[in-house]
Design a protein around this ligand. Structure first.
Ligand SMILES: Nc1nc2c(ncn2[C@@H]2O[C@H](COP(=O)(O)OP(=O)(O)OP(=O)(O)O)[C@@H](O)[C@H]2O)c(=O)[nH]1
Ligand SMILES: [Mg+2]
Length: 328
C-alpha cells in the first residue's frame, strides 16, 4: 500500500486516483488524515470557493453543472463538492447528481465528489472544508460546494465559501419564509431558478423588497438573477456576478476579512476538538472518575467544582493571558 507521503506527492503531481484516496482518508478521519492536511496546507489558498445553496430540488446540481461549463470556457479548472446532509445513505439524490453532471465528470479539468452524512452535521462541515482544502492544493481554480440549505446548521457548510449563491424557485409558496429564517444574510448573489415557471417575477420583487428592508452592512448589494438552469438561460450572468463579487472582495479588504474569520473559527474548532478528545480519553482511564460520579449523585460533591478542577490549567492560562496581553 502506498504511504501517505507517496499519496500526497502523487496527488500534488496530478494523480486523480491519489486525490480521491486522500479525500476518502480525510472524509472518514482515517489514521494519517491530519498529517495529510498538515502537509497540504501550505499549498492551499489559491482556489476561489463558491457555495451554492437552496431548497431540495431547486436546481442546485443543474446550476452547478452549467456554471462549471461556463468557468471551463474561461479555462479555469473546477472542483465540485456535492454535500447531501439530509440523506443518511449515498442513494438516489447523489446518483441523480452524477447523472446530471455526467459530461462534466468526464472532463479532465473537473473533479466531482459527493459527500453523504458522516456522523454529525458538524462532522460533515469539517469533512467538506477539508475536502475543499485538498482540491485547492490539487490546483483547482474554483471549488463549488453544493448543499441543501434549509436552516442554520447548513449555513456552517456554506461559511467555507468566498461567494455564496442562494437559490430559490417560484411556486413553493413558503420560499420567502424559508429564506427569512436567518439565512438571507449569507447570500451574496440571489438566483431565482426555474424562471420558466409562473411567479418568477413576483419572487424577484419579494426578494428585492426583503433585501431593501434588511440592507447588509457591506457596500455589496446582492444582485438577483433569474435563470432557467436546464436551458442555460442566465448562466453567463450568474458567472459574471460571481467574478464580480470576487473582484469586489479582492478590491477591498473583504476577502482577507472573510478568510481571517474563517481561519479564526477553524482554529477555535480544532482546539476545542483536541481538548475535548483528551478530556474524554483522560476520564475514560481515570479510575477515580467513577467515584466522583457516585459522589456527585450522592450530593457529596457538586459537578461544577469537579469540572472547574479538571479545566484548571486552562483557567490559569487565561489568567496569564488576560494580565499579560490586553488586546485593546
Ligand atoms: N422547469 C425547470 N426545471 C428545472 C430547472 N432547473 C432544474 N430543473 C429540474 O429540477 C429538478 C431538480 O434539479 P436538480 O438540479 O437536481 O436540483 P437540486 O437542487 O440539485 O436537487 P437536490 O440536490 O436533490 O436538492 C430536475 O428535474 C431538473 O431538471 C429550471 O430552470 N426549470
Ligand atoms: Mg443536487
Amino acid at each position: 500500500m502506498a504511504s501517505t507521503n507517496d499519496l500526497v506527492s502523487e496527488a500534488l503531481s496530478g494523480s486523480v486516483r491519489a486525490l480521491a484516496k486522500l479525500i476518502t482518508m480525510v472524509e472518514n478521519e482515517m489514521p494519517g488524515a491530519t498529517e495529510v492536511l498538515q502537509q497540504l496546507y501550505p499549498q492551499t489558498g489559491h482556489a476561489y470557493i463558491v457555495g451554492i445553496t437552496g431548497p431540495p430540488g431547486s436546481g442546485k446540481s443543474t446550476l452547478t453543472d452549467k456554471i462549471t461549463k461556463e468557468l471551463r470556457k474561461k479555462d479555469s479548472t473546477v472542483g465540485i463538492v456535492a454535500v447531501d446532509p439530509s440523506s443518511p445513505f449515498s442513494g438516489g439524490a447523489l446518483l441523480g447528481d452524477r447523472l446530471r453532471m455526467q459530461d462534466i465528470a468526464s472532463d479532465e479539468g473537473v473533479f466531482v465528489r459527493s459527500m453523504a452524512t458522516r456522523g454529525t452535521l458538524g462532522g460533515l462541515s469539517k469533512a467538506t472544508a477539508d475536502t475543499v482544502k485538498i482540491l485547492d492544493a490539487f490546483g483547482k481554480d474554483f471549488i463549488l460546494i453544493e448543499t441543501v440549505g434549509v436552516g442554520q446548521d447548513e449555513v456552517d457548510i456554506v461559511k467555507t465559501a468566498d461567494t455564496t449563491l442562494l437559490i430559490s424557485v417560484p411556486g413553493l409558496g413558503d420560499e420567502i419564509q424559508a429564506l427569512k429564517a436567518g439565512i438571507m444574510e449569507i447570500g451574496d448573489i440571489f438566483v431565482v431558478n426555474k424562471a420558466d415557471r409562473e411567479g418568477a417575477d413576483r419572487l424577484v420583487t419579494e426578494l428585492s423588497l426583503m433585501l431593501d428592508l434588511n440592507p447588509a452592512a457591506s457596500p455589496w448589494k446582492p444582485p438577483i438573477i433569474k435563470t432557467i438552469a436546464t436551458m442555460g438561460d442566465g448562466i453567463p450572468e450568474v458567472t459574471e456576478k460571481i467574478l464580480g463579487h470576487r473582484q469586489f472582495l479582492e478590491g477591498g479588504k473583504g476577502l482577507l476579512k472573510k478568510r481571517n474569520e474563517r481561519a479564526r473559527g477553524e482554529i477555535i474548532n480544532l482546539i476545542e476538538q483536541e481538548i475535548s478528545k483528551y478530556i474524554h480519553k483522560m476520564l475514560k482511564y481515570d479510575l477515580s472518575f467513577d467515584q466522583v460520579i457516585e459522589q456527585v449523585v450522592a450530593r457529596e460533591k457538586d459537578p461544577y467544582s469537579f469540572a472547574q478542577k479538571i479545566t484548571e490549567p486552562f483557567a490559569k492560562y487565561y489568567q496569564i493571558y488576560k494580565v499579560d496581553k490586553p488586546k485593546n
